[in-house]
Unconditional design. Structure first.
Length: 219
């Protein structure tokens, strides 16, 4: 693929890693929105307050939100090995289609969850986490296209992965401006079409070799 195509692969990969792969690490911002919507609110129980007053004790609600994040972040690390095996065994296209399926399912679970079905947050965050880690694994090979700049590209992608935690902060800000949570997560689910197009046209079917052979083409 010509230099323009390789640059497009690089830039769209940065966008993908920066907007999708590590969003679970911005969980604290999303919790603000979920609490405002009443998720796990039934776990808030009245308790004694000062001067004989009653206060709501929401410690169990906070424990549930913490558990969602703990399981999701655990899956992010634990599933690295099996996801890496899938990538090596079946190649980029299969691995990315699995990742996109996980990611789309996770976003749809959040979009259609309600305070009454808050338990859906557990599989949703786990799927977003696993889908994200598999997406970044398939993107790391993009550095192979740029020879001596390979390490720089990989570092940029890792930085973009960490920066994606800001996505939930953006969702929080937009929610405060009146945008529904469901609409935002449906938009994220719709971005799966973009991921698929990138998989077909800007990524290899198997993998990008290193060192790069002469006249190497992909996509």
């Amino acid at each position: 693929m010509a230099g323009t195509g390789r640059l497009a692969t690089l830039l769209t990969g940065l966008l993908e890693c920066g907007a999708f792969c590590g969003i679970i690490f911005g969980w604290a911002s999303l919790v603000y929105v979920l609490k405002d919507l009443g998720y796990f609110q039934d776990l808030c129980l009245p308790g004694p307050g000062p001067n004989g007053t009653e206060l709501l004790d929401c410690s169990k609600q906070n424990e549930q939100f913490s558990l969602v994040f703990t399981i999701g972040s655990f899956m992010n690390n634990f599933m690295t090995f099996p996801m890496g095996y899938i990538f090596d065994r079946f190649g980029t296209t299969v691995a990315r289609l699995i990742a996109i399926s996980f990611y789309a399912t996770g976003t749809l679970l959040v979009a259609f969850s309600t305070p009454g079905s808050a338990v859906l947050l557990f599989p949703a965050m786990s799927l977003l986490s696993v889908g994200g880690i598999l997406l970044i694994l398939t993107n790391m090979q993009v550095g192979n296209l740029f020879g001596k700049y390979r390490s720089v590209i990989i570092t940029l992608y890792n930085g973009a992965f960490d920066s994606s935690s800001a996505i939930f902060l953006i969702i929080k800000v937009l929610y405060e401006r009146g945008l529904p949570l469901r609409a935002m997560f449906l938009f994220m689910a719709g971005c799966s079409a973009w991921h698929v197009l990138r998989t077909l046209f800007l990524m290899p079917r198997r993998r990008i070799p290193y060192p790069l052979p002469a006249a190497y083409d992909y996509g």
